[in-house]
Design a protein around this ligand. Structure first.
Ligand SMILES: [Fe+2]
Ligand SMILES: [Fe+2]
Length: 154
């Protein structure tokens, strides 16, 4: 029989492939998180020919991903929003530094691949500790209850 502790335990893997184990139960956020995996994978697998396109695409994703979450936090007065917003800013700053280095020819695909790997290492902790709290909060705001997550068998 399953113990209570085994249910909904945070998933601590740095897999480069989306898994439904990463669903947080707030569909608009889950959709954006699936997209994160797609665009971050293109960074990890980029070549010198498409490194700039890959980092530009990731930057566009990050801007809309983070702006959307920041807006949810601000418009609903989500109490612990400051550190979450700051973490988004820090990631976007690093992404922009990499983009400028590639634009100026100071770096190539190795740097883009490197930040891609770091993004995959960063995401699980961010999602488990910050995004999951926001997902629960947003579900409560919109439906008056806690999120219910249906996962395919993994
Ligand atoms: Fe997120
Ligand atoms: Fe976030």
């Amino acid at each position: 029989m399953k113990k209570m502790d085994d249910i909904d335990a945070p998933v601590q893997d740095n897999s480069l492939v989306w898994s439904d184990a990463r669903l947080l139960g707030f569909a608009p956020m889950d959709d954006v998180h699936k997209e994160f995996y797609e665009v971050a994978l293109r960074l990890v697998t980029c070549t010198d020919t498409n490194a700039l396109a890959a980092i530009e695409e990731f930057e566009r994703h990050a801007v809309s991903h983070f702006e959307q979450e920041d807006e949810w936090m601000r418009t609903t007065d989500f109490p612990p929003r400051d550190c979450h917003i700051e973490e988004h800013e820090g990631v976007l700053k690093s992404v922009r530094e990499v983009k400028v280095a590639i634009e100026e020819g100071r770096a190539g695909c190795r740097l883009a691949q490197d930040i891609g790997v770091h993004l995959f290492q960063w995401f699980p902790g961010h999602a488990d500790y910050l995004d999951s709290a926001l997902a629960a909060w947003m579900t409560k705001q919109t439906m008056g209850g806690k999120p219910v997550v249906f996962r395919r068998k993994i």
